[in-house]
Ligand binder design. Structure first.
Ligand code: PLP
Length: 398
């Protein structure tokens, strides 16, 4: 039997080891809503690390929709979707998401993490091969692990290597199921997956292509419909996953695809089946956020223009922003200690940022992950650039 003191010793030694490596993480509570300026440790600071890309989490119509839904439907949904947790609200949002993504159907999950876990582990098992980009989000990685599938991790965006691996897998076992899973926009690098080439490979090697639209929904493509729509591939990507938690300012994830795909997930996807349905206020806020987005199609463009300004000028100052093409801009720093120091100095200058460390990124590839919001003003961006220049010079990064 594990005694309490053995557990304490284990926990303590693990935490000490994290501290020694500068990998210890702590929570950083905000004292105000996650808007472009926030109250943090009693100070007003510019928020450069939120995924609330369009500012919809605080949009008056979105907040009002949530409050109205709570007044009408209550706070909790009371059961899992297959018991009696499905409300007409859930189905209305699923219909709207399907129309938005150009698919026959969509299915909600309580989070994007659970969506990836549930989709991958339903579609793949030990009789399947999954091909996963090395920079995919942890929820895809964990979905692969949970599925028990044979997983081949291919170098980031390396279509040639992926083709070689697909060919080998096809030659060895043509009848096995094959799933290619990628982030459409990579969450720590801000670059795009080469989706047209991946769609070609998926068709050539009879594999199913799954695209995670977490950081693309609401930001890329016509009307913010995502990266699949950005490339005009709606008819060629059979499995789309997205979140409501980022540009849509709410919470929850979804799968979008054929009616059969959704019915299959309803019947087999464990992170959909064995959990309580999303609460009414959350569903209603996501529905309202989609309405706001569809009524103001200029929102995605706004965030892209601001991101492009910031990215261009950060690069102009001499920072390495990798191949970012989106509102996610990595500012490369290198080792853990320097990244933490940079975030600390930026905070002194009035910027709330986050140092991204292993295991989220590889050793030596620590960075400040900057995210841009449509609600940042030109003045905000120039203020950020001034602070980055000062801190970058003092740390000799530029
Ligand atoms: N997929 C990607 C690419 C993400 O970056 C994230 C969250 O950071 C998720 C999935 C999980 O989404 P959620 O935060 O809604 O659980």
């Amino acid at each position: 039997m594990v005694t309490k003191s053995a557990l304490s010793a284990f926990l303590h030694s693990h935490l000490e080891s994290l501290k020694e490596q500068s990998l210890y993480r702590t929570l950083r509570p905000l004292e105000s809503a996650p808007e472009s300026w926030v109250l943090f440790q009693g100070r007003r600071v510019l928020n450069l690390c939120s995924n609330n890309y369009l500012g919809l989490a605080s949009h008056p119509e979105v907040k009002e929709a949530a409050a109205r839904a709570i007044r009408q439907w209550g706070c909790g949904s009371g059961a899992s979707r297959l018991i009696c947790g499905t409300l007409t609200l859930h189905e209305a949002l699923e219909r709207r998401l399907a129309a938005f993504k150009g698919t026959e159907a969509a299915l909600l999950y309580p989070s994007g993490y659970m969506a990836n876990l549930g989709i991958i582990s339903a579609l793949a098992d030990n009789e399947a091969d999954v091909f996963s980009d090395e920079l995919n989000h942890a929820s895809i990685i964990d979905g692969c692990r949970l599925s028990g599938a044979r997983t081949t991790v291919f170098p980031h965006n390396d279509v040639e290597t992926l083709e070689k691996k697909l060919r080998q897998a096809c030659d060895a076992a043509p009848a096995r199921r094959r799933l290619i899973a990628v982030d459409g926009v990579f969450s720590m690098d801000g670059d795009l997956a080469p989706l047209p080439a991946l769609a070609d490979l998926a068709e050539k090697y009879e594999s199913w292509l799954m695209v995670d639209e977490a950081h693309a929904t609401g930001v890329l493509g016509p009307g913010g419909r995502g990266v699949v729509a950005h490339f005009g591939l709606e008819k060629r990507v059979p499995v789309v996953m997205g979140t409501l938690s980022k540009a849509l300012g709410s919470c929850g994830g979804f799968a979008a695809g054929s009616r059969d795909l959704v019915d299959f997930l309803i019947n087999t996807s464990r992170s959909f089946i064995f959990t309580t349905a999303m609460p009414p206020g959350v569903v209603a806020s996501a529905q309202a956020a989609l309405e706001v987005l569809q009524e103001d199609p200029s929102l995605p463009m706004k965030v892209q223009e601001k991101a492009s300004y910031l990215r261009h000028h950060l690069a102009g100052l001499g920072f390495n922003t990798l191949n970012s093409q989106t509102q996610i801009i990595p500012v490369m720093v290198g080792d853990v200690a320097r990244a933490l120091e940079m975030a600390r100095l930026l905070l002194n200058e009035g910027l709330l940022t986050i140092a991204i460390r292993p295991p989220t990124v590889p050793q030596g590839a620590c960075r400040i992950r900057v995210t841009v919001m449509a609600t940042h003003t030109q003045q905000d961006l120039d203020f950020a650039l001034g602070a980055f220049e000062k801190v970058g010079r003092s740390l000799r990064i530029i």
